[in-house]
Design a protein around this ligand. Structure first.
Ligand code: CMP
Length: 140
């Protein structure tokens, strides 16, 4: 299956710390995504700064890096037709207060910073972000 049917996600430190890994993975599977690669890991400050480099000029960048390095995360590559767009529907708006009922962020997020999950915003970024965490032999 081509890269355009894949997206990248992280279950962020708040959701891991609050015991939501299982519920979120179940939600993802029930929405029709296949898990292609997955690991529990923790970002260093340098890694989080690189991953979110596109946001480096934003006012919230320091808060974002501090939060994303505050505890372990689950990184995963997911596969489904129209993966990037469909996954963004499943997770809901960046701000959980604005996320639709039944979305992962509405169900599990704390705030716009601690918003439970990341989802790639384009096919190009899905490929870049997946390769940030996983070698080819870690993808199934
Ligand atoms: P994510 O989809 O992982 O991509 C960038 C992240 O920046 C976003 O989720 C939020 O967690 C975070 N973010 C976006 N806007 C704000 C904000 N106004 N304040 C704090 N964090 C933010």
């Amino acid at each position: 299956m081509s890269a355009t049917n894949r997206t990248f996600t992280m279950i962020k430190p708040d959701a891991v710390a609050n015991g939501h890994i299982g519920a979120i993975l179940n939600h993802i599977n029930k929405a029709g995504f296949r898990i292609v690669a997955m690991k529990l890991t923790r970002l260093s400050v340098a890694e989080a700064s690189e991953f979110y480099g596109v946001h480096s000029e934003r006012s919230f960048f320091g808060e974002l890096v501090e939060y994303m390095t505050s505890g372990p995360i689950v990184a995963a590559i997911l596969e489904k037709d129209n993966a990037v767009a469909d996954f963004r529907t499943v997770i809901g708006a960046t701000d959980p207060a604005k996320a639709d009922e039944g979305t992962i962020r509405r169900l599990y997020a704390q705030s716009i910073a601690a918003n439970a999950v990341h989802g790639s915003d384009s096919d190009e970024n899905a490929a870049i972000e997946g390769a940030f965490f996983f070698s080819g032999r870690e993808q199934f």
